[in-house]
Design a protein around this ligand. Structure first.
Ligand code: AMP
Ligand code: MG
Length: 417
């Protein structure tokens, strides 16, 4: 057994621990990323259009490119018929010219031929091939998409700091970029400690349980915007843990482990990393998730999070400390989950002196949020965790909440960053 935290030491507050974590992490340095890799990342340059959008005048409709002056007299009762002297498809490169009294058939997105100044949509005509009869006059410019009407050359289309979702990535492609400078996703190495653990899918033998945490934390890291690597299980052997960490550090911007951080015998993280000196083992005033390890390890001072082993504790610890750190590394704002105020549907109790995070289900009814705790407070109750979409945050000083009380609720939406 190691450590001095026998239960009587002062607890570290959630804020204090979070501040320690956030002070140790900063946004990752930008890299030149493909658009696919940049999705979900934060742009690190101002992107300027090097050509206009659209790049050339083109047709907004399938129809006919005409000279508006040839159709001044066209109407339902006296349509005008023009010879059709060619076809222009989208992607066509040939130089075309429309002489007075003539027209060409044209497709949406095809370049406007010289001489033409309007598009007559197919619907205003008889759809003729050799000649076409047109039943309406066309104003100059009608159904023509002008060069630069969307974006002028030289315009900054996205500024550094923009979070790149699908539509921003689409704009980058539209202005012809295949790569951009962006902050990469933090690479998160995840492993579970515990000699009782077996990989999910492996038949259970007495005393063994499936390793839930490494999969839980890997996917949570992905939802937070990281690129996560599930290393899997390391038994309660300090040497093996140190060897595994040494091997994994090369690809890690952060390391997350679960288990082995409390005061039991075989608390492997504490035994292995306690000797490094740069990892602190704290007792944080929260429920669940009291034992927490955090520090910087290896030659690159990689942030290390040693989370408690009970799956609910591990997950709540991830939400409260690891997720904000990963968001900070990604460079996105806000780093915290959104919170709402909601009406508690049933009484809730909470330990004194600790901030508790109660798994709950939040529903919205006629614009009012109602939140209902799910399951008990046991940190091993992963089934109720999976039914929760929110955490009720109960302040340290509050021990009892009545039904109907207004509480702060952290939303656990599952959207990927
Ligand atoms: P520890 O923090 O290592 O003392 O573990 C606390 C409890 O969580 C024990 O009951 C462990 O068996 C359980 N536990 C630890 N790691 C995992 C894991 N990866 N998946 C599921 N349960 C775990
Ligand atoms: Mg353990």
């Amino acid at each position: 057994m190691t450590g001095t935290d026998t239960g009587t030491d002062a607890l570290t507050s959630v804020e204090e621990h979070l501040n320690t974590v956030l002070a140790a992490v900063s946004p990752l340095s930008p890299l030149d990323l493909t658009l696919q890799d940049a999705h979900g990342c934060v742009l690190a340059e101002d992107v300027t259009a090097t050509f206009p959008l659209p790049p050339f005048d083109n047709s907004a409709m399938d129809g006919y490119a005409v000279r508006a002056s040839d159709l001044v007299a066209a109407s339902e009762s006296s349509p005008v018929t023009l010879p059709v002297v060619g076809d222009i498809a989208a992607g066509s490169t040939g130089p075309y010219t429309v002489q007075p009294g003539l027209c060409v058939r044209i497709m949406t997105g095809a370049p406007m031929p010289a001489g033409a100044d309007a598009i007559v949509p197919l619907e205003w005509t008889d759809g003729g091939i050799a000649q076409v009869t047109i039943r309406r006059a066309a104003q100059p410019g009608v159904y023509v998409r002008g060069v630069g009407e969307d974006v002028q050359s030289g315009t900054v289309v996205l500024t550094a700091g923009t979070h790149l979702g699908a539509t921003q990535i689409g704009l980058l492609a539209a202005v012809g970029r295949d790569r951009v400078a962006a902050r990469p996703r933090p690479r998160v190495v995840v492993l579970s400690t515990g000699s009782e653990l077996v990989d999910p899918g492996t038949p259970l033998t007495p005393g063994k349980i499936p390793d839930a945490n490494s999969t839980l934390l890997t996917t949570a890291a992905r939802e937070a915007g990281g690129t996560a690597f599930r290393v899997g299980i390391v038994p309660d052997d300090p040497r093996q843990l140190l060897d595994t960490l040494e091997d994994q550090l090369i690809r890690a911007d952060a390391v997350v482990t679960s288990g082995g951080v409390s005061v039991g015998a075989f608390d492997v993280v504490k035994e292995a990393l306690g000797r490094l000196g740069e990892v602190r083992f704290d007792r944080v005033a929260m429920q669940p998730g009291m034992p927490q390890a955090f520090g910087l390890i290896g030659p690159d001072h990689t942030p290390f999070f040693g989370l408690p082993g009970n799956p609910v504790s591990a997950y709540v610890s991830f939400e409260v400390f690891v997720r904000p750190a990963l968001r900070r590394m990604l460079g996105v704002e806000p780093i915290n989950r959104p919170t709402v105020r909601a009406r508690l549907s049933e009484p809730l109790s909470s330990p004194p002196g600790k901030r508790s995070f109660a798994r709950a289900h939040l529903a919205v009814d006629h614009g009012t949020y109602t939140v209902t705790p799910v399951g008990g407070s046991g940190s091993h109750l992963i089934a109720s965790l999976a039914g929760a979409n929110a955490l009720v945050v109960v302040p340290e000083k509050t021990t009892e909440l009545e039904a109907g009380a207004t509480v702060t609720v952290m939303l656990l939406e599952r959207r990927q960053a």
